[in-house]
Design a protein around this ligand. Structure first.
Ligand SMILES: NC(=O)c1ccc[n+]([C@@H]2O[C@H](COP(=O)([O-])OP(=O)(O)OC[C@H]3O[C@@H](n4cnc5c(N)ncnc54)[C@H](O)[C@@H]3O)[C@@H](O)[C@H]2O)c1
Length: 253
C-alpha cells in the first residue's frame, strides 16, 4: 500500500494555489492528509475549504527561517508524521538582465532556492523518522534553457537541480528520496498574471511546445505524485521534465 493510502502526510509549500494545490488534491484523493504551507491567508482559506477535512493550512513565509521552523514544529505536534514534502512556493519577476535590481534578484533566489533549502532542512528530522520520506522540488524548463528577461528565475531554477542531486545522494541513507519536476508552461495564477501584464505571450509558447498547449496543473500534479509515491521507489536525484516536449524539441533545424 502506498504511503498516501496509509493516511500519509504531505506538506506542500505554495500549496494554496496552482500546481501545489493540484498536488494536494491528488494526494488527498489517494487517501492522504495534506498541510498547505503558503504566504496567502485568503488563498489558504479558500484552498482548505475546497479540499475539506484532510487539509490543514498554515501561513508560512519560506523566506523566513523562523516561520519555516515553526511550521514544521507544528506539523510534528499536530500530525506527528511527515511522509512527503513538495516545494512549490514561487513567484515570477521578469526583468531585462541589464536592469535587474539586487533586491529583486535576491528575492527570487530567496523564495525559490533558499526557501526550498530552508524547508528541506526543517523537514529532515521528521522525514527521516518515517517509513521513507520523499522530497519533490519544483524546477522548470527555465532550469535548463536560457530565457531573455528571466535571469533571476532561470538562475534560481537551475540551482534547484543541484540542490536536488545533493540531497538525493546525502539523504538516501536516511531512506529519503529527492527528485524534482520541471514543468513547462502551466495555466495557473502565476502565468495568468504575467499574460495579463503583457510579460508573457502564450501564442509563441504554444507554437514552440510540441504538444501545442499549456499544461493543466493536474497534469503536473500527476508527475509530482509519481515521484512522491512508491511507484518511483528506485528513482532518486532525477529532474523529470513535464513540458510537452519543449526542451527536447529539435524541429527548428
Ligand atoms: N505556472 C507555470 O507555468 C510554471 C512553470 C514552471 C515552474 N513553475 C513553478 O511552479 C511553482 C508553483 O507555481 P504556480 O504556477 O502554481 O504558481 P501560483 O502563483 O499558482 O502558486 C504559488 C504559491 O506560492 C505562494 N508563495 C509565494 N511566495 C511565497 C512565500 N514566500 N512563502 C510561502 N508561499 C509563497 C503563493 O502565495 C501561491 O499560493 C513555482 O515554483 C513556479 O516557479 C510554474
Amino acid at each position: 500500500m502506498d504511503i498516501a493510502e496509509q493516511n500519509g502526510v504531505a506538506a506542500v509549500t505554495g500549496g494554496a494555489s496552482g500546481i501545489g494545490l493540484a498536488f494536494a488534491r491528488r494526494w488527498i484523493d489517494s487517501g492522504g492528509r495534506v498541510v498547505l504551507l503558503d504566504l496567502s491567508e485568503t488563498a489558504l482559506r479558500d484552498a482548505q475549504r475546497s479540499l475539506g477535512g484532510a487539509a490543514r493550512g498554515m501561513r508560512v513565509d519560506v523566506t523566513d527561517a523562523s516561520s519555516v521552523a515553526g511550521a514544521f514544529a507544528g506539523i510534528r505536534d499536530i500530525e506527528g508524521r511527515l511522509d512527503a514534502l513538495v516545494n512549490s512556493a514561487g513567484i515570477a519577476r521578469p526583468a531585462p538582465s541589464a536592469e535587474v535590481t539586487d533586491a529583486d534578484f535576491s528575492l527570487m533566489l530567496d523564495i525559490h532556492l533558499t526557501g526550498t533549502m530552508r524547508c528541506v532542512r526543517a523537514a529532515y528530522p521528521l522525514l527521516k523518522e518515517g517509513a521513507g520520506g520523499r522530497i519533490v522540488n519544483i524546477a522548470s524548463v527555465a532550469a535548463v534553457t536560457g530565457m531573455p528577461g528571466r535571469i533571476s528565475y532561470t538562475t534560481a531554477k537551475a540551482g534547484i537541480g543541484g540542490l536536488t542531486r545533493t540531497l538525493a545522494v546525502e539523504w538516501a541513507k536516511d531512506g529519503i528520496r529527492t527528485n524534482a519536476v520541471g514543468p513547462g508552461y502551466v495555466r495557473t495564477a502565476l502565468t495568468d498574471a504575467l499574460i495579463a501584464q503583457g510579460q508573457l505571450d502564450d501564442a509563441p509558447i504554444k507554437a514552440r511546445t510540441p504538444l501545442g498547449r499549456f499544461a493543466e496543473p493536474e497534469e503536473i500534479a500527476e508527475a509530482i505524485y509519481f515521484l512522491a509515491s512508491e511507484a518511483s521507489s528506485y528513482i532518486n536525484g532525477h529532474v523529470l521534465m513535464a513540458d510537452g516536449g519543449m526542451t527536447v524539441d529539435g524541429s527548428w533545424y
